[in-house]
Design a protein around this ligand. Structure first.
Ligand code: DGY
Length: 325
């Protein structure tokens, strides 16, 4: 196989880059930041393959800039709302993602957010670090119980399922919404399939595990927040635009719900005005898959996909399989 010209839009684990370099010429964006649109358009020119990030919009213009030799864009993420799949398919470019390997890391991270918000860990830690603690206080940092509560899961894909399963350890009642019922899951975890209205009204903890699509944008807005319990906690480690962030800020301010744990935001890295000041919001910078093992596994899938396609073979995780026909 002739050596191809591969571009990686930002540093990913070095081991995976070294592996790819054994077979192909690889250039990596050395800047410690995402490329601007202009930089991206320029950097992809003449490449045979691209490994992109979820922060890179890969549309027709980028693919045209890459040119007719570009055979694959491999996203270093499971989510691919940054891809224009139609534009890629029209140009015969294979698009791939990294499903499967980040399910546990993401579900565990959603749980970390849940426990942190329920037990007010972030704000109480800030309090101690700020030197404000004067000793045990009966009414300080009162949070919410987790054990035995109702765990609402919006979207029962791989990550949603892993997240729900972990609720069993806390003796939780699991309710879920999904495109389809999963009877085996219901039986195994005594889970209940409900409509969105019931999910909003009954969840003590509501965690979003939906893909970002036109009809899931603002899945949670002012109306939905108004239906939730005042003691409820909302968790989002999926995609920011699933929540109307401005409406959430108002709801948290006015104690419409108890708290929110957020890994993702509507317009990253910008935050809705007022969010950062709210003690009942736990906010972390889109790190759900950020473990050494998971990021390495994501890198392996991305490079294997590139190697396969450049070799004329089907990739492991194609998201526009019609181009392979
Ligand atoms: C993804 O993969 O889609 C996550 O958001 C980042 O790992």
């Amino acid at each position: 196989m002739a050596r191809a010209n591969v571009y990686i839009t930002r540093m990913i684990p070095q081991e995976t880059i070294d592996e790819l370099k054994k077979l192909h010429d690889v250039e990596v964006n050395e800047l410690d930041r995402a490329l601007t649109r202009e930089e991206l358009l320029k950097a992809v020119k003449g490449r045979d393959a691209i490994i992109s990030l979820l922060t890179d919009t890969i549309d027709g213009d980028v693919l045209d800039s890459a040119g007719p030799h570009c055979k694959i864009v491999a996203n270093y993420a499971v989510g691919f709302n940054n891809f224009d799949l139609k534009a890629a398919t029209e140009r015969g470019v294979v698009m791939t993602n990294t499903p499967g390997v980040l399910d546990d890391a993401t579900a565990t991270h959603a749980w970390a957010l849940l426990l942190t918000t329920a037990r007010r860990i972030s704000e109480s830690e800030r309090y101690v670090r700020d030197g404000k603690w004067e000793g045990w206080a009966p009414m300080a940092f009162i949070g919410q119980d987790v054990d035995g509560k109702t765990l609402g899961v919006a979207g029962l894909g791989r990550i949603g399922k892993k997240f729900a399963k972990k609720g069993i350890a806390f003796d939780m009642d699991i309710i879920y919404t999904n495109e389809h019922r999963d009877l085996a899951f219901e039986k195994e975890f005594n889970a209940r399939f409900v409509d969105k209205e019931t999910l909003l009204k009954e969840s003590d903890y509501l965690s979003l595990h939906l893909p970002l699509l036109a009809d899931t944008k603002h899945y949670i807005g002012e109306k939905e927040l108004g239906k939730m319990k005042p003691t409820a906690i909302l968790i989002n480690a999926a995609r920011g635009p699933l929540i109307d962030e401005k409406a959430l800020v108002q709801a948290l301010k006015n104690k419409v719900i108890f708290a929110a744990g957020l890994d993702v935001f509507e317009d990253e890295p910008k935050l809705a005005p007022g969010l950062v000041e709210l003690e009942n919001a736990v906010i972390v910078p889109h790190i759900a898959s950020a473990t050494i093992q998971t990021r390495l596994a994501m890198g392996k899938i991305a490079i294997n996909n590139v190697i396969s396609v450049l070799n004329g073979e089907a990739p492991q995780t194609c998201i526009n399989p019609e181009v392979l026909k």
